[in-house]
Design a protein around this ligand. Structure first.
Ligand code: UDP
Length: 237
């Protein structure tokens, strides 16, 4: 079995990734399949932490466009990510992987608050740490929170699980001529405005020399394969 390329990684899962073919909320079979793939990576001896999004439940921008105050709506979005984090925790523990959820918005009867050094200790002990509530601040996204946590946790790479197997010149589900890139620079991503991650997240990754690996989260085993340098993915450096 090829050895893993990285020792410590952060996996960013969007809310959409947990939705499967549904148009709202969580699809248990999808969440279980992702948990199995994370277990595959943990079994390789890689330290894994996860940032989950909340777009399958609530997005601040959508709340604001229907008349809510943006900061209030973003708090709701962050609470949505906590629900997803708990669902992912439950699925991971069913596969036998020990986990902890840490929330950027403290809610002590549900999960731990975010404490970087404690998170680090959990990871050293082989626990998967799931970071919930994004950065804890409105006007940010969970992509930016993922780049932030990956930098704080001194991860070797940020894995972004998407609906397709890398970064394309156009949406390959709509344009059959879309070209898939194997490697891109951060500046390419910013200049071409490729809608994979927001600019704040890419800039933060760039400043911290954090490679971003974009792969298909719905292809069973892809996270484990990519961790061993196999399969299809795009590396942003
Ligand atoms: N959010 C926030 N601050 C953060 C991260 C997230 O206010 O640091 C809110 C924001 O309203 C966002 C929602 O949480 O719309 C869900 O996160 P996101 O849209 O990033 O989820 P994803 O697209 O990954 O499912």
């Amino acid at each position: 079995m090829p050895s893993p390329i990285y020792k410590r990684v952060l996996l960013k899962l969007s809310g959409e990734a947990l939705m499967g073919t549904r148009d709202y909320g969580l699809d248990n079979a999808t969440v279980r399949a992702i948990a199995e793939d994370i277990k595959g990576v943990v079994d390789l001896g890689v330290e894994v932490c996860v940032v989950v999004g909340g777009g399958n439940i609530f997005r601040g921008v959508a709340g604001a466009s229907s008349g809510m105050e943006r900061a209030q709506a973003d708090s709701m979005g962050m609470l949505a990510t906590v629900m997803n984090a708990l669902a992912m925790q439950s699925a991971l523990e069913r596969t036998g992987v020990p986990t902890r959820v840490q929330s950027a918005i403290p809610m002590s009867s549900v999960c731990e608050p975010f404490i970087r050094r404690r998170a680090e200790r959990h990871m050293e002990k082989g626990r998967v740490v799931i970071f919930a509530a994004g950065s804890g601040n409105p006007f940010f996204t969970t992509d930016t929170a993922a780049a932030l946590r990956a930098a704080e946790m001194r991860c070797d790479a940020l894995f972004k699980g998407t609906q397709v197997d890398g970064v394309y010149s156009a949406d390959p589900r709509k344009n059959p001529n879309a070209e898939r890139y194997t490697t891109l620079t951060y500046l390419d991503m910013l200049a071409r405005d490729l809608a994979v991650m927001d600019a704040a997240a890419i800039s933060l990754a760039r400043e911290n020399k954090l490679p971003i690996i974009v792969f298909n989260i719905h292809e069973q085993g892809a996270f484990t394969a990519v961790m061993q340098g196999e399969g299809r993915f795009t590396t942003v450096v």
